[in-house]
Design a protein around this ligand. Sequence first.
Ligand code: PGA
Length: 258
Amino acid sequence: MEIIIQPTAEEMSRVAARVVAKTLYAKPNAVIGLATGSTPLGLYRELVRMHKEEGLDFSQVTTFNLDEYVGLRQKHPQSYHYFMHENLFKHINIPQQNIYIPSGTTDNYEAFCQWYERRIVECGGIDLQILGIGSDGHIAFNEPTSSLGSRTRIKTLARQTIQDNARFFDKIEDVPVYAITMGVGTIMEARKVILLANGGNKAAAVAAAIEGPVTSMITASALQLHPNTLFIVDQEAAGDLKMRDYYDWIQEKMPDAP
Ligand code: PGA
């Protein structure tokens, strides 16, 4: 694992955007896995800027989103369909047919989940997966005790996640209880993973994911078994890391840090 600690969330986002851009320069038709939530917003803003000002090209890119709330229509302002359209897709030149987001309104979830997994494989697999992390250590909606081998499926959200996400809804009762999510096993098949985290409320989860045991209690800890994972975190999210000096030392000595 590689760990990059940046002073602020803005700098975290810029480093992440450079990793995405590097991937696209090397492979213009890359398959990118995308996340929602507040963490990747700065990254998406920077990618939009790079598209508009530097010509970063998405015309051959395919994307797969990690998850979606069950029961929210695509046009619901808190659906992840809406989020992705508003914050990224409508500002860049990605073809509509190259965008995949799990359906929160299908009438056959099991068949949909199987189809989603199959589409990822048919598109060549995910080259670069972007992740956030929940305060309970989840990646996508793989809540504590999710199987580390899990695939795309319906999950019941943890109370902690419902509380964390209530800030986006009028009231906590409006937060959906179920989501459709890629599994930990699905995520682990991405060729490269970048996990972003900012803010002190993520410090414990980040430390557990990087320095704790591999455990389904912190599904992000499965990334310790992934051969190409990059954590990009801000100062506050790095607050509980014991090996902090070592990570900074590695970056200092690295010839081509992103
Ligand atoms: P956040 O969510 O970016 O809104 O903090 C992260 C997550 O739950 O994975």
